[in-house]
Write a protein that binds this ligand. Structure first.
Ligand code: FE
Length: 348
């Protein structure tokens, strides 16, 4: 913990304000990293910039993370200014580059807040280190910094994105126009999603592997061939199904850091959280913390392996069979196997 973070903690303690200071394992020194680590949109990461003004003052400007300075608006509001060099910023604020914020400053500085922040109720400025942030309401931010509101950033681009249903209808119409009728494919896709690609299929695979040692061996050797024995097919581009066996001392968890890839014909479609940037980024960087947040507190001596899916290599976790199920039939066993357990965010 650097002096920056300490002074930010002291700043809020002195004000007797219980403002949460979030410390992460992940580096949050840039807006993009911070947005990923905290699972919020980049705009919500309040960035603190430092300027030398023509009137001789050094000042801080806090703006939403995705805002850009509008030079002409800046000049109107504050006069000519240029950004300070990073070593000067570190010296006058007492905070390291990547952790600069308007709290607990080494030297008192005038603080300006850009009106772009008002798009949010709560924002996340840094907290004096490269892996911390403060979760604070915009009103309280203005109060504790005694910041003056200014309008010096470019207007946020108008959001032209139509609602999902409208976009889907537009794509369908465009396909029709090009002689590619999509309605049959859409109906098939909905049917598959609702009635075919269900985790009950994977649960059958798991139950059979638990009760049939020869099948388990075939499944671990060649997942794609073994699930085909139970009538479960994978799309052609899922060239491999790699089955990862959990044991009493080893835990596996899967993700797709790029997008959403799963062996969905076996374990079911990926849950929404599996596709979230926060899960995809954090399960790799701070796996045990993420699993704990999801309710799985692994013993520290249990080995943990994280597997990143690719387009042609899909994974499923073969959960560790609970000890109390020794007398159970395959049908009974299949009933306790969940999609979460086959992703590896739960143990049974
Ligand atoms: Fe993917």
């Amino acid at each position: 913990m650097g002096m920056g973070l300490n002074s930010v903690k002291a700043f809020f303690a002195n004000l007797a304000l219980d403002v949460p200071i979030l410390e992460t394992e992940a580096n949050t020194a840039t807006v993009a990293l911070a947005a990923a680590a905290h699972g919020v949109e980049p705009g919500r990461i309040a960035k603190t910039l430092a300027f030398q003004l023509a009137d001789g003052r050094q000042v801080l400007l806090v703006a939403r993370g995705d805002a850009r300075i509008d030079n002409s608006k800046f000049k109107t509001a504050l006069g000519k200014g240029k950004m300070l060099a990073t070593d000067v910023v570190a010296e006058i604020t007492g905070h390291p580059v990547g952790g600069v914020c308007p709290f607990g400053l080494a030297h008192p500085l005038p603080i300006y807040l850009d009106v772009s922040l008002k798009a949010y109720g709560e924002v996340l400025p840094a907290a004096g280190s490269v892996n911390s942030a403060v979760r604070i309401s915009v009103d309280l931010l203005a109060q504790v910094t005694q910041g003056l509101w200014v309008d010096v950033c470019q207007a946020a681009s108008p959001n032209p994105v139509a609602p999902l249903a409208q976009r889907a209808a537009a794509i369908e119409a465009a396909l029709q126009d090009h002689g590619l009728p999509a309605s049959a494919g859409i109906a098939q896709g909905v049917h598959n999603a609702e009635a075919v690609w269900l985790p009950e299929r994977g649960a059958q695979v798991v139950a059979k592997a638990w009760t049939d040692a020869a099948y388990r061996a075939r499944l671990l050797a060649n997942g794609k061939a073994a699930v085909a024995e139970l009538g479960i097919e994978l799309p052609a581009h899922h060239r491999h199904l790699v089955v990862l066996e959990n044991t009493a001392s080893l835990h596996n968890v899967i993700c797709c850091t790029l997008c959403s890839c799963t062996a969905y014909t076996v374990i079911g479609l990926p849950p929404d959280w599996y596709k979230d940037l926060a899960y995809r980024a954090r399960i790799v960087r701070e796996s045990r913390t993420v699993l704990r947040e999801m309710g799985l507190d692994l013993p520290s001596d249990m080995e943990l392996r994280v597997w990143d899916t690719t387009a042609d290599t899909r994974y499923m976790v073969l959960p560790h069979r609970p000890a109390h199920t020794q007398e159970w039939s395959p049908a009974e066993l299949a009933r306790i196997v969940t999609k979460d357990a086959m992703i590896g965010v739960a143990r049974l």
